[in-house]
Each structure stands twice: as C-alpha cells, then as structure tokens.
Design a protein around this ligand. Structure first.
Ligand code: WT7
Length: 643
C-alpha cells in the first residue's frame, strides 16, 4: 500500500483556518477541556437563547446523548436570516441542471423568501412542530427549500433518495408516520426521466398517515393529482407571505430522520437533533474544506444521503457559502461534465465519491485535461475507502498536484466528518483518512473490546461523543443501544474495521458487519435477502459483497429455488428486476448464483464468511469448515461460482 507522505502545501497552510500548530492546540484543548472547547464552537450558530449546559453524555445503560440542551435555536435562521444583512445578495445556491444549458442562481435573500413561503404553506396544511414530513425529490433547488422550510416550522424531515422504489418509500413513510409528502412530477438524470409522482402514488396506497402531497413542477410532465390530498407547490406558495416566524427549537429537538441500512432487514431511522448537528455541520465544513467567504463549493452527492444533508445544505449555508447543487451525473452528456461544471462556475472546492473517480479514470486523462480546473483549490473524497491508485489519479490528473485531497471518513450516524486531514495541517497519504478532527476520539479494539495501542488493526470505535452524533433510532431507542453500544461496552461501535500505522494514521478497511458499500451507497445484505425470498420461486437466499472494480463492492446473491423451479437465465433476469422493484435500482444484483444448498452450521446458521470468500474467488483460504452440517455444498458452490 502507498505510504508516502504528501506534505502540507505552504501556500495552503499560510492562509488556512487551521495550520499544524493550531491543529495540535485544538486537539489538546478539546481533550483537556471539552466543555470549554465546545462552548466556544457553539458560537458558530445563531441561538435564540445561548446554551449554558454544554455536554451530557452516557454511553452506558440506556445511552443518553445531549449537547447544548438548554439552548434554543432554529436551523433555518442559522442558514438564512443571519446572512441577510451581510450577504443577502450573494448567491447561496448555484443549481446546475442535468441539461448543460440549464442553470439557476438563488441568492440568500431569494432562498429565505422561498423557504418562508413554503414554511407558511406547510403551516396552512396543518404541519406543526414535531410532525414528520417526507421529502422525495430530485436534485432541484426545491429539495433544499423543503428541508429548510421543515426546519423553520419545527417539522422533522425524512428524505428518501429518489432512486428508491415505491415500496422502499412506503416503508420509510410508515415507520415515522409522516403526515405530508413533498415530491415532484418527475426527476431527470443523465437525459432520462424518473417517475417520482407515479412512484409516490404507488407508495401512498399503503401510507394512511399522509394527509397532503405537495408536488413541485420540474419537468412539467403531466401527473395525476388526487383532489383534496395533492396540491401543486406553486399553488400552495403563491399566496403565502415571504416572511415566516421561525419555530423556537430546543437544541435537542429533532431536525431530521434519515433511514440507513444495518445488518437487519429493516432500515433504521437515524435521528439527528438541532443544536449539536448544526455546530458539527458548520465546524467540519469550515475546517475540512478550509472554506473561505466568497468561495464556490461543490459537493456532488444527492440530498437523499447524509452527505447531501450536511455538505450541500446545512454546513455550507450555515457558513454563508455558495453551494453548488448538481442534478445530473458525471458522464452526461460527456465524461468531461464534472470538469466543465468546475470551469463554468469557477468551483474552488470539489467533493465527490471514489466510485465517480474510478469510473472517470477508465476514460483516461484527455477528457479532464481539455478543461482548465484552475479555480480548484481543495478536493475531497467520501463514502468508501479510496484506493491509492484512484487517489493518485485524482491528485495528479484532476488537481494537477496543486490541490490537497481530504479523504473524509464518517457515517450517517456521525452527522458529519470525524476522520480527515485538514488541508493546511495534516500531510496526506494516498488511501488514508489520516487523523481524527480535534474533539474526536477514535480507538481500535479487539474482539473483546480491549483498546489496542500503537500501529495495529481492529474494530473502529469512538470513545466519547461529539456534538453531531445521532441521538437515537426513531421510535426504537432500545435498538439504538443494542446496535451501537452493546458490542463494546461504553463505546460507540462504527461497524468498520481499520488499521492504524506508525504515524497514527487511520486506514479504513471496510465494514465488519453485514453491510456492504456499493458505489458509496450503503446496503444491508439482509434487506436484499428479504427482497429475494419474497419472490414466489425463491426458497432461500444469502447475499454478500464481492470486490468490484468500479463500485468498490458488488452484490453477489446465492439463491436456492423452491423444489420444482427451473434455474433459467430468464428467471435470473426476473430476480434482478424484482430486487430493483422491491428496493430500487441501486440494489441491482451483480451476480446471482444458483445454490442447491447453502453452507450452514449444525445449528442452521449460514456461514457468510465462506460465501464471501467464494464470491471473491479466494477459495484457497476458506478456513475452518469442520463445523459445517454438510461440507459438500461448499465444493459445489466453488465449482459453479459466477465469473
Ligand atoms: C460507511 C458509512 C459518510 C457519508 C456517506 C456514507 C464507509 C464512508 C469513508 C471513507 C472509507 C468510508 C464506511 C462507513 N465510508 N466514508 N472516507 N473511507 N470508508 O455514509 O451511507 O452512512 O456509510 O461508509 O464503511 O461506515 P453511510
């Protein structure tokens, strides 16, 4: 593995918010006096009543995490109102359409007015503090407006990624009993249309909690509207005033729920609250990207994922940034698109996923080199480990060896970045997320939870809380404790494995649970298995991740058919389509292997370790198979591995 240090650039360090000395000082201060450190950082957001209590955390027992608990604020005020005097006419959002000829610029003043109108509209529809509002929108400005309008009236938003199916949308709406759904007629991606309203209508057949649907006009495609339930966004907002009293929210009042996959079949509603999350979003966005006023910042994620929440909307807007929102994909209309957008809008900070870099690498340097990219200053990576080869290509070809790369490790649960270089302070190593941010206390533990010292490898945990940490799983606090705090007592378990080198740098090696990471999208193998066994011809299924050049991991499915069913190519295609319909196109299986039997222990537990090895074609080191009920099935599976 590449281990060469890429030094901090003096010209970056000279002007950076945090240089090496400051990094050390902050790290020490946050460890020595966390209350003082986080009291000072709380000044990043606009409080209606400043907090006097800073931190109250217990990782044992019922697990209780509270930050700034007696503070009162409204997230939309920190993102909008407080900027109006100083930068009301500055562009808040640059929207770049899927079609390269379409873009829109929205100033802070415009955005404030649009948010207030929708917030008033939500109140007219009866939405109150604490109500859940589901957002199922494409990457259009309305998505940011909808989030901030919910925040304004104290409603908890729950965004469902536009690439999820009607069934996935329905189960998420049901779990948190949303009363309003905000969607659009259709989405647009890579020249194709996504039938959002139609999917929503299918979902709503099983969602009695939804009283109203707000439909944004995007493509203008005609969609059915249900009288009494559905209202067009423009009709709702046209008559509303452009100001709206923000709801006073306690720091620990919920801001949003975001569903994410775990090792069980049912996605978890990760709940983030207002005060600590906003401080974390602002702190990390400013430090990690070294954001400076006036800069153009672009995160290519979708607002349907946590990256979009924290690093397209809340972090950048809290910091008064100009944030770019991109509706399209990296390869439409050509593989130069990212870099053309960088030049068109003079982007200074660019944040994307390794999978995008790997796919663009395939087309070589020419599509990159024909663009200027001179505006770029900082590059970022998120979502999965970035292999050193992709890191170096990003560094040399995209950044012309001029731009530091921040490889940011974090999770939906962590609210924001926890481990990452700061560009003016930490030398980089290709493939390493490097060091924790000041105030973050990771450790590596062995299987028994013993903290390991020095250069080593183990399970990645966090020994103490940070303000952006999730507070609970919506509606199931017991599961919260069980999932994150029971494996290793008194520690937050990330589900990731990692290595730490002699310089204390962290190298994330990937999930150690039954979660896989496909193109930076997190998926539970159990969810895909339940989708497969829901098919009438399937008796049993086991799903594992397999190495995949572009996606990082691909989805490898072992399927046992019911007796009498024929394993045909047609059925294989049918199962792929079935999973896409049940979960969404992002869960498309990459390989389906017909399995007459699955390797099980005598107590009936499927031995996934063996299935992972077979899928990875690492059949030399299968390890101990002596506990198998029927060792013969393993040979059969090896011989018929899908290549
Ligand atoms: C999982 C979290 C972080 C927001 C987007 C994904 C993996 C994330 C990195 C990185 C290595 C990474 C981890 C983590 N991951 N960033 N820089 N290096 N692995 O959020 O869907 O909650 O997934 O993504 O395995 O646990 P998520």
């Amino acid at each position: 593995m590449a281990d060469d240090l890429i030094a901090v650039k003096t010209e970056i360090a000279a002007k950076a918010h945090v240089n090496t000395d400051r990094h050390r000082a902050m790290t020490e201060a946050a460890a020595k006096d966390p209350e003082g450190f986080w009291r000072e950082q709380s000044g990043r957001v606009a409080w209606m009543k400043a907090p006097t209590k800073i931190k109250s955390v217990d990782f044992t027992g019922d697990v209780s995490i509270r930050w700034y608990e007696d503070g009162v604020l409204n997230a939309s005020v920190s993102c909008l109102d407080r900027h109006l005097d100083t930068r009301g006419d500055q562009v808040a959002i640059i929207w770049e359409g899927d079609d390269p000829n379409s873009d829109v610029k929205v100033t802070y003043r415009d955005l404030h007015a649009r948010v207030c109108r929708l917030a008033n509209g939500l109140r007219e529809l009866g939405v109150k503090k604490g109500d859940r509002v589901c957002i199922y929108l494409p990457m259009i400005v309305e998505a940011a407006v909808a989030m901030l309008a919910c925040a304004r009236v104290g409603a908890i938003h729950s965004i469902v990624f536009g690439g999820f199916s009607a069934d996935s949308l329905a189960s998420r709406i049901q779990d948190s009993e949303c009363s309003v759904l905000i969607t659009a007629d259709e989405g647009r991606r890579g020249g194709r249309k996504v039938p959002l309203k139609t999917n929503a209508d299918d979902a709503l057949a099983t969602c009695p909690s939804i009283r109203h649907v707000i439909v944004a006009k995007n493509t203008g495609g005609s969609v059915p509207m249900q009288a009494g339930r559905d209202v067009m966004w423009d009709d709702l907002c046209a008559k509303q005033p452009a100001t709206c009293e923000p709801e006073p929210m306690g720091a620990e009042d919920p801001l949003f729920i975001l569903y994410t996959s775990g090792s069980t079949g049912k996605p978890k509603g990760v709940l983030h609250t207002t005060g600590g999350y906003m401080v974390w979003a602002s702190y990390t966005h400013e430090l990690v990207f070294d954001y400076r006023p006036g800069e153009i910042y672009w995160c290519t994620a979708d607002v349907g994922w946590v990256t979009g929440h924290t690093y397209i909307v809340y972090g950048p807007l809290a910091n008064g940034a100009t944030t770019l929102m991109f509706e399209g994909v990296p390869n439409y209309p050509s593989v130069s698109r990212f870099w053309e957008v960088v030049d068109k809008h003079q982007v200074n900070i660019f944040y994307t996923a390794p999978t995008a870099i790997r796919s663009l690498m395939r087309d070589g340097e020419a599509p990159v080199k024909k663009t200027s990219r001179a505006s770029l200053r900082i590059l970022g990576s998120v979502g999965e480990p970035i292999n050193p080869e992709a890191w170096l290509w990003y560094y040399r070809v995209v950044g012309d060896e001029r731009c530091p790369i921040v490889d940011t490790w974090w999770q939906t649960e962590t609210g924001g970045i926890l481990i990452s270089p700061l560009p003016g302070a930490v030398a980089q190593k290709p493939g390493s997320a490097t060091l924790p941010l000041p105030g973050v206390f990771p450790a590596l533990v062995d299987g028994e939870g013993k903290v390991l010292d020095g250069a080593t490898e183990g399970n990645l945990v966090l020994l103490d809380s940070w303000p952006g940490q999730m507070r609970t799983i919506y509606g199931d606090h017991a599961r919260f404790g069980q999932t994150y705090f029971s494996t290793f007592k008194g520690m937050y378990f990330t589900g990731d494995g990692a290595r730490r080198d002699k310089d204390g740098y962290y190298w994330i090696t990937g999930r150690v649970d039954d979660v896989i990471n496909v193109s930076g999208h997190r998926m539970g193998t159990a969810e895909i298995e339940s989708a497969l066994v829901a098919h009438p011809k399937v008796a049993e299924a086991a799903v594992v991740g397999m190495p995949h050049d572009l996606k990082g991991q691909g989805i490898y499915c072992y399927v046992t058919l019911k007796s009498g069913e024929e394993p045909t190519d047609a059925l294989r295609k049918e199962l792929v389509a079935w999973v896409r319909k049940e979960i969404g196109p992002i869960a498309s299986p990459d390989a389906i292997q017909w399995a007459p039997g699955l390797p099980k222990t005598r107590s009936g537990k499927i031995m996934r370790r063996i299935l992972r090895k077979i899928a990875a074609n690492e059949t030399d080191g299968l390890g101990d198979t002596s506990t198998l009920a029927d060792p013969g099935v393993v040979q059969e599976l090896i011989e018929n591995r899908v290549r």
